[in-house]
Write a protein that binds this ligand. Structure first.
Ligand SMILES: Nc1ncnc2c1ncn2[C@@H]1O[C@H](COP(=O)(O)OP(=O)(O)OP(=O)(O)O)[C@@H](O)[C@H]1O
Ligand SMILES: [Mg+2]
Length: 305
């Protein structure tokens, strides 16, 4: 319909595609959940989206219907591309999904080997260039997309560094607990130091991030502790935090145990009330990030959705 009526929201060729890393080195904070819902949100709104699963746990790949270590070979992932970039070409590892306009580079356990193979490559060649492997892969195909979403592993290892080099924006999920808050501050600090070191060692420019957004994740507003930590986080991170938050919802848990996102559910698993509340929060978070993306596109001055 959008094609027929000429109302596709695609960027102009002069606008920079958003290459978003949904990251935090803390595990289980909701990175994959937010990354998947964001990707589907953009696809539903009519944008052209590429999702890159950069985590060898491959939980996002599973959500696209694959059994990562049964249905996929190492050549089907970024690992294959690393070993044979000329032969394979990054387009060979991109596959269509059940979502129109949402393509996927999947992952499986073998991708974990990249962690030490990248380190080995650097030591052997006395060069940091390999850290650009994901950036180069994205560069090859990014003209075909409006938004690229990357789901890195929960560690600041080699793959995560390669993801940070490839990204031009960051979404950082932070649950409102003191431990997660402290570890997110360390994550941001370590990321900054690492990027600086890379810059000095390799003499390259640090990626200029178009936006860095913190999103309150797994928030339970009925808990006074969550409300307190959230308000402290807002004081510390200021305008870098989205107004919207991802609430803890049984609907997300139920959907994910059915290998679906909440957007894919045909009907509420719990109750209409829980489902509607969850959808409201999901939509608000996704729209906040969409607005951040649109703000970076000159053709959409003002960033209005
Ligand atoms: N807002 C939420 N409400 C309820 N359950 C959630 C929510 N966010 C995430 N979960 C559940 O918590 C688990 C971990 O979430 P998720 O996989 O998104 O985290 P992650 O940060 O990607 O983890 P990892 O670091 O292992 O990659 C999943 O089972 C997911 O369904
Ligand atoms: Mg994950």
């Amino acid at each position: 319909m959008r094609e027929v009526f000429g109302t596709r929201p695609w960027r102009e060729p002069t606008d920079t595609p958003a290459i978003i890393s949904v990251c935090n080195f803390k595990g289980g904070v909701g990175k994959s959940t937010i990354a998947l819902h964001l990707a589907q949100h953009f696809a539903i709104r009519g944008y052209r989206v590429l999702f890159i699963d950069c985590d060898s746990q491959a939980s996002s790949t599973m959500m696209f219907g694959y059994r990562p270590d049964v249905d996929l070979d190492e050549e089907d992932t970024l690992y294959g591309h690393f070993h044979n970039p000329e032969l394979l070409g990054v387009r060979k590892i991109i596959r269509k999904t059940h979502f129109h306009n949402l393509d996927l580079i999947p992952s499986n356990l073998r991708l974990y080997n990249l962690e030490y193979e990248i380190a080995g490559h650097m030591a052997r060649n006395q060069s940091m260039e390999i850290i650009d492997l994901i950036a180069q892969a994205v560069d090859e195909v990014v003209d075909d997309y409006d938004v690229v979403i990357m789901d890195p592993p929960p560690a600041l290892g080699m793959v995560s560094m390669a993801v940070l080099q490839a990204a031009n924006s960051m979404v950082i999920p932070v649950p409102p607990s003191l431990v997660d808050f402290a570890s997110t501050v360390s994550f941001i600090d370590m990321t900054r130091t690492t990027m600086k070191q890379l810059e000095q060692l390799a003499g390259r420019g640090r990626p200029a991030y178009n936006f860095i957004r913190l999103v309150g994740s797994r928030v339970d507003e009925s808990k006074s502790m969550h409300r307190e930590v959230l308000s402290m986080m807002r004081q510390v991170f200021g305008g870098s935090m989205t107004q919207s938050v991802m609430v803890t919802s049984a609907e997300i848990d139920n959907a994910s145990s059915r290998m679906k996102t909440v957007f894919e559910l045909e009907k509420p698993v719990t109750s209409h009330e829980v489902y509607n509340r969850c959808m409201k929060h999901l939509n608000e978070v996704c729209q906040d990030i969409e607005q951040d993306v649109l703000r970076t596109w000159a053709s959409r001055a003002g960033g209005q959705i």
